[in-house]
Unconditional design. Structure first.
Length: 209
């Protein structure tokens, strides 16, 4: 009986959330275009796509220089975003959406690639520097703040220190790497639900590499 009650309570909460205003932005970073679709630098896009699919959302509406879709994630109504600005100008899209919905920077969750982590690994942070990532650099520069939560998705280190960084992040995953990434995308979606519900510590404990 208790389980049935919990189920009805969850359905009621989700129904209420669909009627609520947008409270959170969840932004996957990447580059638009078929040629970039399955590259390491598009890990944020790929993770967002899987989150959208699980949430029953379609990220297809063109708004805020992005492809967008609305979804209930956790118990909060969120705008899912895939900026179409190319990576280096991602902040333009984020700022437009923040201003429109009056969203504070602390309610902007960003999913993006990290070459310091192996494929399949996650690292969740409350805030921090750009770490050399141009998409994060753009968001920090245009908002003037670095106090937004983020989920870093490992895409693997360069095979050699002399290897060109741009060439590496724009390369495709191997079959084995992509299998590991699929689990990471799933974990990122579960972590996102915890984070938007104010449970970032729990998300860190569960998923941080």
């Amino acid at each position: 009986m208790a389980n049935l009650f919990d189920l009805f309570k969850q359905i009621r909460q989700q129904d209420d959330a669909t009627k609520a205003p947008i409270e959170y932005l969840i932004v996957g970073l990447g580059n638009p275009g078929k040629e970039y679709e399955f590259t390491r630098h598009n890990a944020g896009f790929l993770a967002l796509d899987q989150l959208a699919e699980k949430s029953g959302a379609a990220v297809k509406k063109i708004k805020f220089k992005s492809l967008t879709g609305e979804a209930v994630v956790g118990s909060r109504r969120c705008l899912l975003m895939k900026p179409s600005t190319y990576m280096n100008n991602s902040g333009e899209a984020v700022v437009e959406a923040m201003n429109f919905y009056k969203i504070p920077i602390e309610n902007v969750l960003v999913l993006y690639d990290d070459i310091s982590l192996e494929p399949g690994k996650l690292r969740i942070r409350r805030k921090g520097s750009d770490g050399g990532h141009n998409g994060i650099k753009s968001i920090i520069y245009l908002t003037g703040k670095d106090t937004f939560p983020r989920i870093k998705l490992g895409v693997g280190k360069k095979p050699d220190p002399r290897y060109d960084l741009a060439k590496w992040v724009l390369s495709a995953f191997s079959k084995e790497e992509f299998e590991a990434m699929e689990q990471a995308f799933s974990n990122a979606g579960e972590a996102a639900a915890l984070i938007v519900d104010g449970k970032i510590d729990q998300a860190m404990n569960l998923y941080n590499a």
